[in-house]
Design a protein around this ligand. Structure first.
Ligand code: ZN
Length: 370
């Protein structure tokens, strides 16, 4: 202690220290009280208010609910499925991908995101899909398989970029001859990959981004005229028979397709060989808003059992939507021209907005509707 400090001075210092200590302890008690109150609030609220002040109910007494649909800046009707979508997403070329339907290829990825899905036979009673993608960007599509020449007639209608992995002899011959712009997986390690979790040859996948990047590398045009469909403004119900169930027997061995109408959803849930046909990515069952059955003359052209399906010409069909069906006809004048579907009065049919499945069948394929 400092010798110069007087007794009086020491007294003042002691009093000062005492007061200070009382004040400090009082403050400390107040702070503790605050802490206790804070702890009584839920810790979740505290975390939210720190990370995002907008979500704090105290600072936003009238929180605006988040919109369910993302805002579309420039809304337009997609010419292929009639949905209202962003303008940029339809001002580009559609993509047509060969996707296989062997039991080992199921469930497939990305069929649910297509605007339109075609299904037709290849050899041996096996069916194969060709989904057409326009407005959606899709992260996984497959398994991708080889081309058959009759699918090219459809690719040309859309001026689509064609994604495939090899092909039949006639497809190899026709692709360059017809000027089809495509990406053959046999020569293209950038657009496709193999998923080791599945067995070869049922394991090739791609994405819409990879296909578009591949098309750019090849210098394909970014836009070309494409076929369009007409869409009904009001929900359309065909004037024919009730259609709650649709069964298409491509082959009794593993290739029986069934659709069952879901009144509430207004769509047809798809089944493959008696089991719900699902998407591998989401696990959700595939569903069609519209189903078109297109009968086409079909014959075997080689010893391997490969087919010719005549998609140029005229034929009969059925248009199924909203629980009802009606007879239609179709006509396609040349390989690149569009397939026009007519109602019984000879007017072009109008689709309901949503995904359309076009089921190309032979004249002998068993199709049952009830
Ligand atoms: Zn679309």
């Amino acid at each position: 202690m400092n010798k110069t400090l007087s007794l009086k001075g020491l007294g003042i210092l002691i009093v000062f220290l005492l007061i200070s200590s009382l004040v400090l302890s009082g403050c400390s008690n107040i702070r503790q009280g605050e802490n206790t109150a804070a702890k009584s609030e839920t810790s979740e609220e505290k975390i939210i208010s720190r990370e995002n002040p907008d979500e704090n109910p105290e600072t936003s007494p009238n929180p605006v609910p988040e919109p369910v649909e993302p805002l579309i800046k420039n809304p337009v009707r997609c010419p292929l499925d009639g949905q209202i979508v962003e303008k940029d997403s339809v001002e580009r070329r559609p993509l047509a991908v060969m996707v296989e339907n062997h039991p080992k290829a199921r469930p497939q990825s990305g069929l649910n995101k297509a605007d339109i899905v075609y299904e037709a036979l290849v050899e041996g009673g096996i069916s194969r899909f060709m989904p057409i993608y326009l407005h959606n960007d899709v992260d996984r599509i497959g398994p991708v398989r080889s081309s058959r020449h009759y699918y090219l007639d459809i690719v040309l209608e859309y001026n689509a970029i064609y994604a495939y992995f090899g092909g039949s002899p006639k497809a190899w011959e026709d692709i360059p001859k017809l000027g089809v712009e495509g990406l053959n997986g046999i020569y293209d390690g950038l657009t496709y990959w193999r998923d080791d979790a599945r067995k070869i040859p049922h394991n090739v996948y791609t994405t819409t981004t990879k296909i578009r990047a591949g098309a750019e590398r090849k210098g394909f045009a970014k836009q070309k005229p494409m076929r369009k469909f007409d869409f009904s403004d009001e929900p359309y119900k065909p004037g024919g028979a009730k259609a709650d169930e649709v069964e298409i027997v491509y082959s009794p061995f593993n290739y029986t397709v069934k659709y069952i109408f879901d009144e509430e959803a207004g769509t047809y849930k798809r089944y493959m060989d008696g089991k719900p046909h699902t998407d591998a990515e989401t696990g959700e069952q595939l569903q069609a808003k519209n189903i078109i059955i297109q009968y086409a003359k079909t014959n075997v052209i080689d010893s391997e059992g490969r087919l010719d399906i005549r998609l140029v010409g005229k034929g009969d069909g059925l248009y199924i939507t909203n629980g009802y069906s009606e007879k239609i006809t179709w006509e396609k004048k040349s390989r690149p021209s569009k397939t026009v579907f007519y109602d019984e009065e000879g007017k072009e049919i109008k689709l309901n907005p949503g995904q359309t499945w076009i089921q190309i069948v032979t004249l002998k394929t068993r199709v049952e509707i009830k």
